[in-house]
Structures are given as structure tokens and as C-alpha cells.
Write a protein that binds this ligand. Structure first.
Ligand SMILES: Cc1cc2nc3c(=O)[nH]c(=O)nc-3n(C[C@H](O)[C@H](O)[C@H](O)COP(=O)(O)OP(=O)(O)OC[C@H]3O[C@@H](n4cnc5c(N)ncnc54)[C@H](O)[C@@H]3O)c2cc1C
Length: 466
């Protein structure tokens, strides 16, 4: 396909849609974006879902693509590692990598979304319309039906192609599903846990009440609390808790006494810096967490799903937004191939991309269990110590699973998952069998880990698991 100017309609101006609009605008297309919410740059609304997010190298690769790396950096607070809080209030930091230059960042969803909207709108060929909700998509005619929240009118827009970046509840995905015009597979799996956002406000002088440059975690096995810093000195705190299982759950935390008792017993040091806990707890909603997978992502060469609309994941690897940004990078590289037409382009994109988003969906579930429980276990802590030492000593020869997923943006999530899981298994086997000890010579340790990892990968290949 010789890339000529096309009319492209994007549904949803969240993180993925606004980045996609910017990139397609840069490529010279005529882009119309329809967003159901008001313009978050003008109206004080939450940008939806989490207030802040962990932003890392895959997301940054997308920012480099559109020339925004420096502007985004100014919005970032580096988080070098996890700061684990035990029940007695003791803390210890477990860095994300043995390489000093590898860390993740906390970023405000609203600020980042606003920046992407500003940059997209700098292109005359990009128009963004707010308060217009997509009700359905006719994927055979390539038209979308909208409701204007201001005038209450309904109207239809057509385009050469429609790309839906309207998030986990995508209207276009619903039209695929309900239309029953082609073999559309769809799965949605909820965790039994939901989440609620709380906050740690800044000190009176604006300082942070707990260490600024870390992702704080209070892991308690069946539930956990995490906190990410904001630029104004506050932290956004998220409680992940079962809806109805265990002694404490969202369904029984219904009055002030029991909420205080729960925090006093489980998170006393957090409670000490959260005098606003009860207000937050009873004002803020409890929301579910789920994984959405579907296929195909496109209908012929007319319409395409992207971002959470195609692959929503649980937040425990801090990769949903990063993956959605990476979608745009991958799509852009397929456009560079100048394939015959949009159908070939969409097919090629899905073929290369879906295996990776399936992988990060599964990794995110693994990390749910790791974060709420395993980080407290001795063998897990030994594994982390060993991996830190290997990364520090052999920065070019070893990367943990976390590093492969988070800091190695030039390999896909699937490759990171296969190698990372094999390495995890290798180290845990060697540690529990007493073949590895923390004070062993590191060069020898690296050789043993590599050999065991290769053996596991070979077994996986033979068993057809790759
Ligand atoms: C609690 C929580 C914590 C998270 N933490 C992280 C993290 O640390 N790091 C990370 O990388 N990811 C994180 N994520 C995931 C991240 O939020 C998503 O992956 C990301 O927002 C996906 O972007 P998107 O643009 O595809 O979808 P969304 O951000 O959901 O944007 C969709 C947009 O479409 C609009 N829209 C929806 N329906 C319609 C309609 N019918 N018509 C018109 N417009 C519509 C919405 O208003 C919204 O603006 C987290 C998610 C949650 C829930």
C-alpha cells in the first residue's frame, strides 16, 4: 500500500488513542478522534482508572518515536525499586535492576494524557471531539454511531478506516461480538480481588511523608497495599483486596471501625501517614480487575482494535499503558512496510503483536501472586539478591525476567516471558537443591544458571511449550 492520506477515525482519546492520533497525524493522515468524556485539560475530571501509573522503557520507546521523550521525562518520578513494608513497619528496598540506570517511573495519567492531546492537536490534520460517545460501529460500512452529550443528538461518521482505542469496555469490540458476522472470539476473566484508590497527602511543607523514589508495597499474602509518588508530594495508594473472601474483604469493610481495625492490624505504618483514610475509603469507588483477550482484532481492512480495547490486563506488571503505547510503535513499523492494503496491514500487525500481548497478560497475573505474597518469602528474596548481583557484575550477560519485560524494549513480551520464566525456574531449582549459594563465585553461578536455563528451555521446546 502506497501510504496516501486517509480519513482515519479513532474512537477514544485516552492514552493509546491520543498517542495514535499524534503518530498518524505526524504521518500525514486526516485524523478525527471522538472521546466520550469532556476535555480533561479544561474540566477537572479524573482521567479515569488509576491516578498515576508506572511508566517504563517500552512506553518511553513510543515517546521517542513521536519526539516527546524530554517532555515526558519532566512528568516522571523515578522509582528505583520496591520498598517493602512488613507488619512491624520495618522496610527494605529491593531494586528493580542491578544496573543503576534501569528504573521505572511514576507518572500522572491526566498530565500524560493532556500532553499527548496537546501534541496531537498541534497538527492541523488532527481533530479531537469531546463529549461524543460511540454507541456502535457498523464494521461493514466503516461507520460509527455517536451520541453528542451536549446536544443529545445522535450522528453517524464514516471514514476510510476506524481504529477503536476505547479501552476495556470498547463499544466497537461489543459490535464485533454482537454482530455475529464473523468468527469473533472473546474472553473476559475477573480476579476475585478488586481495588480502591486512597492517598497519602504531602507534609504541610509539601515534602513527601515516605521515601519518594520507590514503589511502596505492603504485601500481606491475601491482599496488599501499594503507593506511587506524585509530583505534588502526595502518594496515590491502592488497596488490592478480595471482594468476599478472607477475614477482611471489600464486602465486609462497611464501617469506620472495621476499616480502622484492618489498617491498624495489617498496615499500621501506612495508617500513621493516612489521617484521611476514612474519607478516601468511603468516597472512592471499588473497581474490578480483569483480563480481556479477543481475536481477530480487525474486520477486513475496515476496522481495528488497539490498546486495552484489544487486550486489557491486570495492573500488576505496570505494563498495560506501556503495552498500549508499544502497540502504536508496532503498528507504525508495519505501516513502514507499505503492504498492499489496510487488510494486509491489520493482519500483519495482529500476527506480530498478539502473541506478545497474550504473554504480558499472563505475566501480569503471575506478578499478582508474586507481589502480594512471594516477595516476603526467603527463597524469593535470595533469588532477587542473586539476580541483582548477576546484573551488577555482568550487565551485558544477565537480565532477570523483570528486566527482560520492563527494560528490554527491543525484545517482545513473549520472548521475555519464555526466557524469564525458564531463568526463574532454574534459579529456584538450584537454590532449593542447594546447588547455588549466595556466597558462591558469581562467574560460576552465572554459568550454572545459564546451563540450567538452557536445559529448561530445551525441555519446553521438546514439550511444544514454545
Ligand atoms: C488500577 C490500575 C492501575 C494501572 N497501573 C498501570 C501502570 O502502573 N502501568 C501501566 O503501564 N498500566 C497501568 N494500568 C493499565 C492502563 O491504565 C491501561 O492499560 C491504559 O489506560 C490503556 O490505555 P487505552 O487508551 O487503551 O484505554 P483507556 O486509558 O481506558 O482509554 C480509553 C478512552 O476511551 C474513552 N471511551 C471509552 N468508551 C468510549 C466510547 N464508547 N466512545 C468514545 N470514547 C470512549 C474513555 O473515556 C477513555 O478516554 C493500570 C490500570 C488500572 C485499572
Amino acid at each position: 500500500m502506497k501510504e496516501k492520506q486517509q480519513n482515519i477515525l479513532i474512537i477514544g482519546a485516552g492514552l493509546c488513542g491520543s498517542l495514535l492520533a499524534l503518530r498518524l497525524g505526524q504521518r500525514g493522515h486526516k485524523v478525527s478522534v471522538y472521546e466520550m468524556r469532556p476535555d480533561l485539560r479544561q474540566v477537572d475530571i479524573s482521567a479515569g482508572r488509576s491516578i498515576n501509573l508506572a511508566f517504563s522503557d517500552r512506553g518511553n520507546k513510543a515517546m521517542k518515536l513521536v519526539g516527546l521523550e524530554d517532555k515526558v521525562k519532566a512528568l516522571c518520578i523515578p522509582m528505583n525499586g520496591r520498598m517493602i513494608h512488613d507488619k512491624q513497619g520495618n522496610t527494605f528496598q529491593s531494586n528493580y535492576s542491578g544496573r543503576d540506570y534501569e528504573y521505572i517511573n511514576s507518572i500522572s495519567r491526566g498530565e500524560l494524557n493532556a500532553l499527548l492531546l496537546d501534541e496531537a492537536e498541534k497538527h492541523k490534520n488532527v481533530n479531537i471531539h469531546f463529549n461524543k460517545k460511540c454507541k456502535s460501529v457498523d464494521f461493514e460500512k466503516t461507520t460509527a454511531l455517536f451520541k453528542d452529550y451536549n446536544s443529545k443528538d445522535e450522528f453517524i461518521e464514516d471514514a476510510d478506516i476506524i481504529i477503536a482505542t476505547d479501552g476495556a469496555g470498547s463499544a466497537m469490540r461489543k459490535s464485533y461480538y454482537l454482530g455475529k458476522k464473523f468468527l469473533f472470539s472473546f474472553s473476559q476473566a475477573y480476579l476475585t480481588h478488586g481495588y480502591k484508590e486512597l492517598s497519602i497527602l504531602p507534609k504541610e511543607n509539601g515534602d513527601y511523608k515516605i521515601h519518594k523514589n520507590a514503589l511502596h508495597i505492603w504485601p500481606r499474602g491475601n491482599y496488599m497495599l501499594i503507593a506511587l509518588p506524585n509530583l505534588d508530594g502526595s502518594f496515590t495508594v491502592t488497596l488490592f483486596l478480595s471482594y468476599d473472601e478472607g477475614e477482611y474483604n471489600f464486602n465486609n469493610l462497611t464501617n469506620e471501625k472495621i476499616v480502622l481495625e484492618f489498617f491498624q492490624n495489617e498496615f499500621p505504618d501506612a495508617l500513621a501517614v493516612m489521617p484521611n483514610l476514612l474519607d478516601d475509603f468511603f468516597e472512592n469507588p471499588t473497581a474490578p480487575l480483569g483480563t480481556i483477550k479477543c481475536s481477530p482484532w480487525h474486520y477486513k481492512g475496515n476496522t481495528l482494535l488497539m490498546g486495552d480495547a484489544a487486550h486489557a490486563i491486570v495492573p500488576f506488571y505496570g505494563q498495560g499503558m506501556n503495552a498500549s503505547f508499544e502497540d502504536v510503535v508496532e503498528f507504525d513499523s508495519i505501516l513502514d512496510k507499505n503492504l498492499d492494503d489496510w487488510e494486509a496491514t491489520f493482519k500483519a500487525y495482529e500476527n506480530t503483536r498478539k502473541k506478545d500481548t497474550d504473554a504480558i497478560a499472563d505475566l501480569a497475573i503471575d506478578n499478582f501472586y508474586e507481589m502480594k505474597g512471594h516477595v516476603n518469602q526467603v527463597v524469593f528474596q535470595e533469588k532477587r539478591k542473586l539476580e541483582m548481583a548477576l546484573e551488577k557484575e555482568f550487565p551485558n550477560a544477565y537480565s532477570s525476567k523483570y528486566s527482560l519485560v520492563t527494560f528490554n524494549e527491543d525484545i517482545g513480551y513473549r520472548e521475555a516471558m519464555l526466557r524469564g520464566r525458564a531463568q526463574d525456574k532454574a534459579i529456584l531449582n538450584l537454590l532449593t537443591d542447594g546447588v547455588l549459594n549466595l556466597d558462591d563465585d558469581l562467574k560460576l553461578t552465572l554459568e550454572k544458571v545459564k546451563k540450567e536455563t538452557e536445559a529448561i528451555l530445551e525441555d519446553d521446546r521438546i514439550a511444544g511449550l514454545q
